[in-house]
Design a protein around this ligand. Structure first.
Ligand SMILES: Cc1cc2nc3c(=O)[nH]c(=O)nc-3n(C[C@H](O)[C@H](O)[C@H](O)COP(=O)(O)O)c2cc1C
Length: 186
Protein backbone atom coordinates (compact mmCIF):
# COMPACT_ATOMS: atom_id res chain seq x y z
CA UNK A 1 0.00 0.00 0.00
CA UNK A 2 1.27 3.51 -0.80
CA UNK A 3 2.42 5.46 2.26
CA UNK A 4 0.09 8.24 3.33
CA UNK A 5 2.09 11.45 3.22
CA UNK A 6 0.52 14.57 4.69
CA UNK A 7 1.67 18.10 3.92
CA UNK A 8 0.82 20.85 6.37
CA UNK A 9 1.48 24.43 5.32
CA UNK A 10 1.18 27.16 7.93
CA UNK A 11 0.27 30.03 5.66
CA UNK A 12 -3.03 31.84 5.89
CA UNK A 13 -2.64 33.18 2.36
CA UNK A 14 -3.37 31.68 -1.01
CA UNK A 15 -1.50 31.46 -3.32
CA UNK A 16 1.22 30.53 -0.87
CA UNK A 17 4.94 30.03 -1.44
CA UNK A 18 5.06 27.81 1.63
CA UNK A 19 2.44 25.48 0.16
CA UNK A 20 4.35 25.52 -3.13
CA UNK A 21 7.54 24.45 -1.31
CA UNK A 22 5.73 21.65 0.55
CA UNK A 23 4.29 20.48 -2.78
CA UNK A 24 7.74 20.61 -4.40
CA UNK A 25 9.06 18.20 -1.76
CA UNK A 26 6.06 15.90 -2.27
CA UNK A 27 6.53 15.97 -6.07
CA UNK A 28 10.20 15.06 -5.71
CA UNK A 29 9.36 12.27 -3.27
CA UNK A 30 6.58 10.90 -5.48
CA UNK A 31 9.02 10.67 -8.40
CA UNK A 32 10.82 8.02 -6.30
CA UNK A 33 7.86 6.18 -4.77
CA UNK A 34 4.11 5.87 -5.20
CA UNK A 35 2.45 7.86 -2.41
CA UNK A 36 -0.98 8.96 -1.31
CA UNK A 37 -0.41 12.69 -0.77
CA UNK A 38 -2.69 15.29 0.70
CA UNK A 39 -1.79 18.83 1.66
CA UNK A 40 -3.56 21.00 4.20
CA UNK A 41 -3.25 24.74 4.67
CA UNK A 42 -4.07 26.81 7.69
CA UNK A 43 -6.69 28.48 5.51
CA UNK A 44 -8.47 25.11 5.39
CA UNK A 45 -8.68 25.05 9.19
CA UNK A 46 -11.66 27.37 9.44
CA UNK A 47 -12.05 30.84 10.94
CA UNK A 48 -12.22 29.52 14.53
CA UNK A 49 -8.72 28.04 14.34
CA UNK A 50 -7.57 30.19 17.27
CA UNK A 51 -9.89 28.34 19.71
CA UNK A 52 -8.49 27.53 23.15
CA UNK A 53 -9.24 23.80 23.25
CA UNK A 54 -9.22 20.85 20.85
CA UNK A 55 -12.96 20.37 21.33
CA UNK A 56 -13.64 24.02 20.46
CA UNK A 57 -11.63 23.91 17.22
CA UNK A 58 -13.57 23.88 13.94
CA UNK A 59 -14.19 20.40 12.50
CA UNK A 60 -11.80 21.21 9.62
CA UNK A 61 -8.96 22.02 12.03
CA UNK A 62 -9.54 18.79 13.98
CA UNK A 63 -9.43 16.88 10.68
CA UNK A 64 -6.03 18.41 9.88
CA UNK A 65 -4.72 17.41 13.31
CA UNK A 66 -6.02 13.86 12.81
CA UNK A 67 -4.36 13.70 9.38
CA UNK A 68 -1.05 14.84 10.90
CA UNK A 69 -1.29 12.22 13.64
CA UNK A 70 -2.21 9.37 11.30
CA UNK A 71 0.26 10.11 8.47
CA UNK A 72 3.11 7.74 7.58
CA UNK A 73 5.25 10.81 6.93
CA UNK A 74 4.89 14.59 7.17
CA UNK A 75 6.08 17.48 5.07
CA UNK A 76 5.59 20.63 7.12
CA UNK A 77 6.17 24.24 6.16
CA UNK A 78 5.66 27.60 7.77
CA UNK A 79 6.15 31.14 6.56
CA UNK A 80 8.53 33.10 8.79
CA UNK A 81 6.61 35.67 10.80
CA UNK A 82 8.69 37.98 13.01
CA UNK A 83 11.69 35.68 12.93
CA UNK A 84 9.86 32.45 13.81
CA UNK A 85 7.20 30.03 12.59
CA UNK A 86 3.70 31.44 12.22
CA UNK A 87 1.78 31.60 15.50
CA UNK A 88 -1.29 29.79 14.17
CA UNK A 89 0.91 27.04 12.69
CA UNK A 90 2.27 26.42 16.20
CA UNK A 91 -1.20 26.75 17.68
CA UNK A 92 -2.49 23.80 15.62
CA UNK A 93 0.63 21.74 16.32
CA UNK A 94 0.05 22.40 20.05
CA UNK A 95 -3.07 20.21 19.84
CA UNK A 96 -1.25 17.22 18.28
CA UNK A 97 -1.06 14.25 20.65
CA UNK A 98 2.46 14.37 22.17
CA UNK A 99 3.01 10.66 21.40
CA UNK A 100 1.58 10.64 17.86
CA UNK A 101 4.70 11.75 15.99
CA UNK A 102 7.32 9.60 17.75
CA UNK A 103 9.62 8.15 15.08
CA UNK A 104 7.53 9.63 12.27
CA UNK A 105 9.58 10.86 9.27
CA UNK A 106 9.21 14.63 8.86
CA UNK A 107 10.64 17.06 6.30
CA UNK A 108 10.79 20.57 7.72
CA UNK A 109 10.56 23.62 5.47
CA UNK A 110 10.02 27.35 5.79
CA UNK A 111 9.78 30.40 3.56
CA UNK A 112 10.68 34.00 4.32
CA UNK A 113 11.00 37.35 2.64
CA UNK A 114 14.82 37.22 2.55
CA UNK A 115 17.72 35.13 3.82
CA UNK A 116 18.09 36.75 7.25
CA UNK A 117 15.93 34.14 8.98
CA UNK A 118 17.05 31.06 7.05
CA UNK A 119 18.02 29.23 10.24
CA UNK A 120 14.43 29.25 11.49
CA UNK A 121 14.27 25.67 10.20
CA UNK A 122 17.13 24.63 12.50
CA UNK A 123 16.49 26.86 15.50
CA UNK A 124 12.72 26.69 15.73
CA UNK A 125 11.19 23.97 13.57
CA UNK A 126 13.68 21.19 14.30
CA UNK A 127 13.40 21.55 18.11
CA UNK A 128 9.60 21.66 17.82
CA UNK A 129 9.57 18.26 16.12
CA UNK A 130 12.33 17.12 18.47
CA UNK A 131 9.82 17.60 21.28
CA UNK A 132 7.67 14.94 19.58
CA UNK A 133 10.67 12.60 19.03
CA UNK A 134 9.88 12.76 15.32
CA UNK A 135 12.50 11.66 12.80
CA UNK A 136 13.32 14.89 10.99
CA UNK A 137 15.23 14.62 7.71
CA UNK A 138 18.78 15.94 8.18
CA UNK A 139 18.28 18.34 5.27
CA UNK A 140 15.81 21.10 6.15
CA UNK A 141 14.73 23.52 3.43
CA UNK A 142 14.39 27.28 3.57
CA UNK A 143 13.40 29.37 0.56
CA UNK A 144 13.10 33.14 0.24
CA UNK A 145 10.69 35.10 -1.93
CA UNK A 146 13.48 35.45 -4.54
CA UNK A 147 13.70 31.67 -4.98
CA UNK A 148 10.24 31.53 -6.60
CA UNK A 149 8.99 32.74 -9.95
CA UNK A 150 5.24 33.01 -10.42
CA UNK A 151 4.84 30.98 -7.24
CA UNK A 152 7.01 28.09 -8.50
CA UNK A 153 10.27 27.17 -6.77
CA UNK A 154 12.97 27.85 -9.37
CA UNK A 155 16.25 28.38 -7.47
CA UNK A 156 18.61 25.51 -8.33
CA UNK A 157 20.32 25.52 -4.91
CA UNK A 158 17.03 25.18 -3.06
CA UNK A 159 15.80 22.59 -5.57
CA UNK A 160 18.95 20.55 -4.84
CA UNK A 161 18.10 20.62 -1.14
CA UNK A 162 14.55 19.51 -1.96
CA UNK A 163 15.98 16.53 -3.88
CA UNK A 164 18.34 15.64 -1.02
CA UNK A 165 15.57 15.90 1.60
CA UNK A 166 13.36 13.66 -0.57
CA UNK A 167 16.09 10.97 -0.63
CA UNK A 168 16.43 11.14 3.17
CA UNK A 169 12.65 11.12 3.63
CA UNK A 170 12.32 8.12 1.32
CA UNK A 171 14.83 6.11 3.36
CA UNK A 172 13.06 7.03 6.62
CA UNK A 173 9.59 6.20 5.29
CA UNK A 174 10.79 2.79 4.03
CA UNK A 175 12.47 2.07 7.39
CA UNK A 176 9.40 2.96 9.42
CA UNK A 177 6.72 1.42 7.13
CA UNK A 178 4.75 -1.31 8.88
CA UNK A 179 5.97 -4.75 7.78
CA UNK A 180 3.31 -7.09 6.31
CA UNK A 181 2.49 -9.66 8.96
CA UNK A 182 3.39 -13.28 8.22
CA UNK A 183 0.26 -15.40 8.00
CA UNK A 184 0.63 -18.97 9.20
CA UNK A 185 -1.34 -21.09 6.75
CA UNK A 186 -0.31 -24.45 8.22
C1 LIG B 1 3.14 39.25 9.41
C2 LIG B 1 4.34 38.90 8.57
C3 LIG B 1 5.58 38.83 9.16
C4 LIG B 1 6.71 38.47 8.43
N1 LIG B 1 7.93 38.39 9.06
C5 LIG B 1 9.01 37.98 8.35
C6 LIG B 1 10.27 37.83 9.00
O1 LIG B 1 10.43 38.08 10.19
N2 LIG B 1 11.32 37.40 8.25
C7 LIG B 1 11.20 37.10 6.92
O2 LIG B 1 12.20 36.71 6.29
N3 LIG B 1 10.02 37.25 6.26
C8 LIG B 1 8.92 37.68 6.96
N4 LIG B 1 7.71 37.81 6.31
C9 LIG B 1 7.61 37.44 4.89
C10 LIG B 1 7.03 36.02 4.69
O3 LIG B 1 7.63 35.08 5.57
C11 LIG B 1 7.29 35.51 3.26
O4 LIG B 1 6.78 36.41 2.30
C12 LIG B 1 6.70 34.10 3.08
O5 LIG B 1 7.29 33.50 1.95
C13 LIG B 1 5.19 34.14 2.87
O6 LIG B 1 4.75 32.82 2.71
P1 LIG B 1 3.36 32.47 2.00
O7 LIG B 1 3.45 32.93 0.56
O8 LIG B 1 3.25 31.00 2.12
O9 LIG B 1 2.28 33.19 2.77
C14 LIG B 1 6.59 38.19 7.03
C15 LIG B 1 5.32 38.29 6.43
C16 LIG B 1 4.20 38.62 7.18
C17 LIG B 1 2.85 38.71 6.51
Amino acid sequence: MSPRIVGFSGSTRRPSRTRSLVEAVAAEFSSRRSIAFEVHDLVDAGPGVGAFSLAALPREARAIIAAIEEADGLIVGSPVYKGSYAGLFKHLIDFVDPLALAGKPVVITATGGGHRHALVVEHQLRPLFGFFSAQTAPTAIYASDHDFQDGILTDSGVRARVAQAAIEFDRAVVRTAPRPSIVNVA
